[in-house]
Design a protein around this ligand. Structure first.
Ligand SMILES: [Zn+2]
Length: 434
């Protein structure tokens, strides 16, 4: 299915008339539903009968087969052709004439003031049954009650969508969620729940960063209404389990809203202890995102020992190290902070400019000049700069061998001027440390 081309479709539908009619159907967007699963494609195509025709297409030993519920019985019908063309074009961004046409229509539609457009559509619907029929369908689809179904449909389309249509799909989801946010609680919640239910599976397929906006929007809707979520414990717990599926994908953009939403959902069904139990069981699998979240929960509960024990076991990025580093400092345990800082620098190197800065300050504060020298020499390797050299001058004052070493560093600095100038500014660990 994934290598099918328009030429294949044309060959398969061997009558030109049928292929042309199929193409006309495809262009008129008559394929109202399409689902592809490995070597099997199912579609619904609206035809002349009241109910859409159901099309099934599959590949068996390299050969294309198809069935359709329409009466046509002399080989592949126009519905099959339309469904195949829809699939071929959905997969290939930009290759589709309908795709570029759509973009143009969109731009034109956006330029028309809504009252003009509404009036025009209303008048046209009076004169044209087809338009009337479409309008009726859209009116049914675009209602608060129907929105969860529409959201579900959009998510089902994710699997078969091309990169270009995925962008558009995310945008549509965002618009729908924005709209849902203006509904009364009992209407808004099901829309967001539907989205959050389907997000964990679809997330890896959705384009970045649009998907983060979708998650964040859906979380906000729930979070603000969590206290009014009256579906009881079971529904809340179900939603909690769903949201935990998102944790492994979490990004800094919605780490906080996810946390907030989960904790407000947990209130009313066992509170934080319930949440901790669930997360702890899941974190046994070793998922770092879950462990990080568990640490956060312990922190909220004030269970400091557990917090520390969990936090130490999920140090991934600079923020992780910084969080624990600050915790040790607050706890007045500078030695542990130093050990952790060194560990972080070894693990992250050039990716830890803020940690480097904090470590410098800590060494100097506690008079660890030797450690500070070694640390700053390492920093110089990562972020060579004039300032850092001057800083080293102060620390190495009167040291034997410093002059020779300084010459070497100076040479290194001159050898890499292009690299050091732009980097040293934001990343230099001495900018704010004194
Ligand atoms: Zn047919």
């Amino acid at each position: 299915m994934y290598t099918l081309t328009e030429a294949d479709v044309e060959r398969y539908v061997d009558q030109d008339v049928i292929f042309d009619r199929g193409r006309a159907y495809y262009r008129a967007r008559r394929v109202i539903h399409l689902d592809v699963n490995d070597d099997r494609l199912s579609a619904r195509v609206s035809g002349s009968a009241r109910r859409p025709y159901q099309v099934e297409i599959w590949i068996d030993r390299g050969i294309l087969h198809s069935t359709c519920t329409c009466p046509y019985d002399r080989g592949a019908c126009k519905h099959v052709a339309a469904a195949l063309l829809e699939w071929v074009h959905r997969r290939a961004p930009g290759a589709s004439p309908a795709g570029s046409e759509l973009a143009e229509w969109r731009a034109r539609l956006e330029a028309i003031p809504p009252p003009v457009l509404i009036e025009h559509l209303a008048c046209e619907a009076e004169n044209d049954v087809l338009i009337e029929r479409y309008l009726k369908r859209w009116m049914r689809e675009l209602t608060p009650e129907h929105l969860p179904k529409l959201i579900a449909r959009l998510f089902r389309e994710v699997r078969a969508a091309s990169p270009a249509s995925l962008e558009r799909l995310c945008e549509r989801l965002l618009h729908l969620l924005d709209w849902a946010d203006s509904f009364p609680d009992d209407r808004a919640i099901p829309v967001a729940v539907e989205a959050l239910k389907r997000l964990p599976v679809a997330f890896p397929l959705l384009p970045h960063p649009a998907r983060d906006d979708v998650v964040e929007r859906a979380l906000t809707i729930i979070h603000r209404r969590a206290s009014r979520l009256e579906e009881g414990r079971v529904a809340r717990r179900k939603l909690i389990y769903n949201l935990l599926g998102l944790i492994e994908h979490q990004t800094p953009a919605w780490r906080a809203p996810l946390m907030e939403t989960l904790t407000s959902l947990a209130e009313g069904c066992g509170g934080l202890s319930f949440l901790i139990d669930v997360v702890r069981q899941r974190a046994l699998g070793g998922d770092l995102g879950l462990r990080r979240f568990l640490a956060e929960l312990y922190k909220r509960q004030g269970h400091w020992d557990e917090y520390e024990r969990t936090r130490v076991r999920c140090l991934v990025d600079e923020d992780d190290y910084l969080e624990l580093f600050e915790y040790y400092i607050e706890e007045n345990r500078p030695e542990e902070a130093m050990i952790l800082g060194e560990r972080g620098m070894n693990a992250l190197g050039v990716r830890a400019p803020r940690l480097a800065e904090r470590l410098t300050a800590l060494y100097l504060e506690w008079g660890e000049r030797d450690m500070a020298r070694q640390h700053l020499l390492r920093c110089f390797r990562y972020w060579p700069s004039e300032q850092l050299l001057q800083r080293l001058d102060t620390l190495f004052k009167g040291h034997r061998g410093w002059k020779r070493q300084r010459t070497r560093l100076m040479k290194a600095l001159q050898a890499a001027p292009a690299m050091s100038t732009p980097r040293s500014k934001p990343a230099s660990p001495i900018d704010h440390s004194q």
